[in-house]
Design a protein around this ligand. Structure first.
Ligand code: FE
Length: 257
């Protein structure tokens, strides 16, 4: 399996603190059947900044440590970039790092509670420049929880999304689990990833999530998710099924209230 969103680089964000903790995470990943991980440290999330060149160097160091420890796992460079107005400039200035360095894909995180007004335009502008934005864990954003069609609008505009394995399993609560399934049902999910931070309370659970999804949607669906992940790290094009609007209760209140 390929995991496209994971905090496994030591000592640079809220992931593992030491190289030993990184190696423990790597062993847990291999045990689940993960062979490739995109390391996606936080950037500009008001707490952590991790720049392009530093991430490349840290990934190289971790890959060397994995070889030395005989752990059969490959780490690719990436970044979880909090959305900000000058993100396009950040790409030009090599502050923002696309997935696997040379692909057009970007992992973009929204703020926890809001859907900034400039989001739709920025995601459009990035695509005009040739980039392919992927919104990470939209099911955890409070504005999208209240109005999932905020996400529909940007997916209709060509943006892709990644739902987190733990959300699918209900580990962040019922609401986020329900929204995860609604997003999948409406063709608003293109990737499933772990967003693992450690092996205590934020571990991989990717296999477990895929097993649940296989029961729910069949083997072809999870094969598609894995194929999308493989295409993403190689920079190949990904075409999702046509996104659908999500029916919300709000509409009903509008009619009856
Ligand atoms: Fe993350």
């Amino acid at each position: 399996m390929i995991d496209i969103h994971c905090h496994i680089l030591p000592g640079i964000d809220d992931g593992p603190r030491t190289i030993e903790e990184s190696l423990d995470m790597a062993r847990a990943a291999v045990e689940e059947g993960i062979s490739t991980i995109v390391a996606t440290p936080h950037h500009r999330n008001n707490q952590f900044d991790n720049y392009y060149a530093d991430i490349i160097e840290d990934v190289s160091n971790l890959n060397n440590a994995l070889i030395a420890a005989n752990i059969p796992l490959t780490i690719l460079p990436g970044q979880e970039t909090r959305i900000y107005g000058e993100l396009a400039e950040g790409l030009d200035e090599k502050e923002v790092l696309p997935i696997n360095q040379h692909t057009p894909y970007l992992l973009i995180e929204l703020p926890t509670a809001t859907f900034p007004k400039f989001t739709k335009q920025l995601l459009y502008d990035l695509q005009v420049q040739g980039y392919k934005p992927v919104i990470v864990h939209p099911e955890r954003n409070r504005a999208i929880l209240e109005d999932p069609n905020l996400l529909y609008e940007v997916v209709k505009g060509g943006t892709l999304t990644q739902v987190t394995a733990a959300s699918i399993l209900g580990k962040f609560g019922k609401k986020m689990q329900q929204l995860s399934f609604k997003l999948i049902d409406s063709n608003l999910c293109h990737f499933v990833a772990s967003d693992a931070h450690n092996i205590r309370n934020r571990t991989f659970v990717l296999r477990e999530a895929y097993n649940l999804l296989e029961n729910e949607y069949g083997a072809a669906f999870i094969a598609q998710m894995q194929e999308n992940a493989a295409d993403l790290i190689e920079g190949r094009n990904i075409v999702g099924d046509i996104p659908e609007r999500i029916k919300t209760k709000k509409k009903l209140f509008g009619i009856f209230g």
